[in-house]
Write a protein that binds this ligand. Structure first.
Ligand code: GAF
Length: 385
């Protein structure tokens, strides 16, 4: 865990210059999981978990990156940007690569970064890395890009340089988040609106399984492929289908024989999840927190049984939440196979629930689960210029 002050001070000691300071935000997603790459809707928000950067240009062609949390460094020349075996460095290099592809000439930069956003926790430390670095570089070199353009650039970097066919939710949430608000984002048109997160006497709480499965990347790619296959099968029978976003449950049912059972079940989850998101918006507006919690449980059920991206530890934590007084609902959050559960908990029941969940989790897995109390904050930003 590093603070902005640490990062700035290590930078000054290492490079003897005054850096630009940036904070890249993590995100939660209320509902709408694995819908973004199907051109559906998502409801994320940026949270008070950060990766802090200290960045300065160095007048050379060389870049020096230092990842303070893991005490690792990487150095390379701007004329030779290629993927390295240090995955953290790739998230930063990918941004420079995209800028070079736009024929934007940069000079070398020195970077120190670190923070309080745990890697592999499902809060998208990768988007915080990309978003924070992209905003920092654009500010340093006076590149005129809107936040939406930066999110698109970071998303292209994830897809093309990192090689994960993810949707745009994480980068968008990190860069466009606003205090106290979730973002209802249409991942096809990128039109968005802010939704006030008034949770009445409830709050959102993350509990970290501490698990991060190696399987996640390849399974993610499989899900993207399966969804595409399903949409293509439906498009053979019905007009106007570009992605699962356009498919109704009736249409899917009519094409059930045209796809494998697995593809059918993946598609059904995605279509139902988009519907759940719209219901959730309605419940949020009406302050119906218990019904919202039920929807979260429905999402988890789908992710676990139909989409098959959960794991034992996540399922265990959700089961605990389901049975606990004062917890409206819970679900796994993000890509899956580990990370955190998102819990909608009555403020008065929070302490009791946390104590119980941590005790039971330890009993089952011999792991001390961490929890994070959330504040919905403004997204990634320059802290000091
Ligand atoms: C990961 C991806 F990066 C997002 O684009 C999204 O698909 C999410 O998993 C699942 O909703 O965070």
């Amino acid at each position: 865990m590093n603070t902005l002050e640490n990062i700035a001070s290590v930078f000054r000691d290492t490079f003897s210059s005054q850096p630009l300071l940036v904070q890249g935000c993590g995100r939660i997603n209320i509902i709408g999981e694995h819908t973004d790459y199907n051109e559906g809707f998502v409801l994320p928000a940026s949270i008070n978990r950060y990766i802090y950067f200290a960045i300065a240009e160095n007048g050379t062609n060389e870049c020096h990156f230092h990842a303070l949390d893991i005490n690792d460094s990487y150095q390379f020349s701007l004329s030779d940007i290629k993927k390295s075996d240090k995955s953290w460095a790739n998230y930063l290099m990918g941004i420079l690569d995209q800028l070079q592809k736009e024929n934007i000439l940069l000079e070398g930069v020195d970077v120190v970064f670190g923070g309080n956003l745990p890697i592999g926790s499902g809060m998208s430390s990768s988007a915080a890395l990309e978003a924070g670095f992209a905003l920092g570089i654009c500010s340093l070199f006076n590149l005129q890009k809107s936040r939406q353009e930066l999110a698109q650039l970071a998303h292209r970097s994830s897809n093309n340089f990192i090689g994960i066919p993810s949707g745009i939710m994480d980068q968008f949430a990190s860069l466009l988040g606003q205090r106290g608000q979730a973002i209802k984002l249409d991942c096809r048109s990128l039109q968005y609106e802010y939704v006030q997160l008034d949770l009445k006497d409830y709050e959102l709480l993350l509990i970290n399984t501490g698990v991060s499965h190696a399987l996640a990347n390849s399974a993610y790619k499989d899900r993207v492929r399966e969804c595409r296959e399903g949409a293509e099968a439906v498009a053979q029978k019905f007009e106007g289908i570009q992605s699962l976003r356009d498919v109704s449950l009736e249409q899917l049912e009519a094409c059930r024989e045209d796809m494998t059972a697995v593809v059918y079940q993946r598609c059904r989850y995605v279509i139902e999840e988009n519907e759940r998101l719209h219901q959730a918006l309605h419940l949020l507006t009406n302050g119906e927190m218990e019904a919202l919690g039920e929807l979260l449980l429905g999402t988890h059920e789908g992710l676990s049984k139909e989409y098959e991206v959960s794991c034992r530890e996540l399922d265990f934590l959700v089961e605990l939440a389901k049975d606990h007084e004062g917890v409206a609902g819970a679900r796994m959050m993000g890509g899956g196979f580990g990370g955190c559960t998102l819990n909608l908990v009555k403020k008065s029941a929070k302490e009791d629930f946390l104590k119980y969940a941590k005790k039971e989790y330890y009993r089952a897995f011999s792991v001390q689960a961490e929890h994070y109390e959330l504040e919905i904050v403004d997204g990634t930003d320059i802290v000091r210029g």
